[in-house]
Design a binder for this molecule. Structure first.
Ligand code: FES
Length: 146
C-alpha cells in the first residue's frame, strides 16, 4: 500500500514537473515578445546584412543604403549633407521600399506605393508613413539610430 501511495505521489509530481516545464517553454517566447526592444539596452547600430556597421562617410550625397537596425530593415539617405533614416518596410503589406533619387521618393515595387523624402505616404495603397528614426554619428563614424 505504501508503495502505491509512493508511486502515485511520484507520478503526480512527475506530471506537475512536465506541465510546469511545458508552461515555461510556451511562456518564454511570449514574455520575450512583450518586453519592449528599447529595454534591451545598448546602441542601435545601423549595419549591413552581415552585421558590419555602416560608417557615416560611406553614404555619399544623394545616395541611399538599405541595411539593418534593431527596428528591422532600415534605409538611410543623405540629402543636403544630412542623413535621414526610415524603416524600409512598406506600410501597406511589408515589401521593401527603395530610394529613387531622380524622383525624390521612396518607391515600393509591390503595388507602386510612394513616400516622400520624409517618409509620408503620398500615393498608392500605403495607409501610413514610413517609421522615421533619429540619426546620430558616433565618434568612430558608426551610425546610431533611435
Ligand atoms: S506592399 Fe508596398 S504598396 Fe503594397
Amino acid at each position: 500500500m505504501d508503495e502505491n501511495i509512493s508511486r502515485r505521489s511520484f507520478l503526480t509530481k512527475l506530471i506537475g514537473v512536465v506541465f510546469g516545464a511545458t508552461g515555461i517553454l510556451f511562456a518564454a517566447p511570449v514574455v520575450k515578445y512583450l518586453i519592449p526592444k528599447s529595454s534591451e539596452g545598448g546602441e542601435n547600430i545601423f549595419t549591413n546584412a552581415d552585421g558590419k556597421p555602416i560608417l557615416e562617410n560611406e553614404i555619399k550625397e544623394g545616395a541611399s543604403f538599405t541595411g539593418l537596425s534593431r527596428s528591422g530593415p532600415t534605409i538611410i539617405i543623405r540629402r543636403g549633407g544630412k542623413l535621414r533614416a526610415l524603416s524600409a518596410v512598406c506600410t501597406h503589406l511589408g515589401c521593401l521600399v527603395k530610394w529613387v533619387p531622380n524622383e525624390d521618393v521612396f518607391f515600393c515595387p509591390c503595388h507602386a506605393g510612394k513616400f516622400d523624402v520624409n517618409g509620408a505616404n503620398i500615393s498608392g495603397p500605403p495607409p501610413v508613413p514610413l517609421a522615421a528614426y533619429n540619426v546620430e554619428t558616433a565618434n568612430d563614424g558608426r551610425i546610431l539610430l533611435s
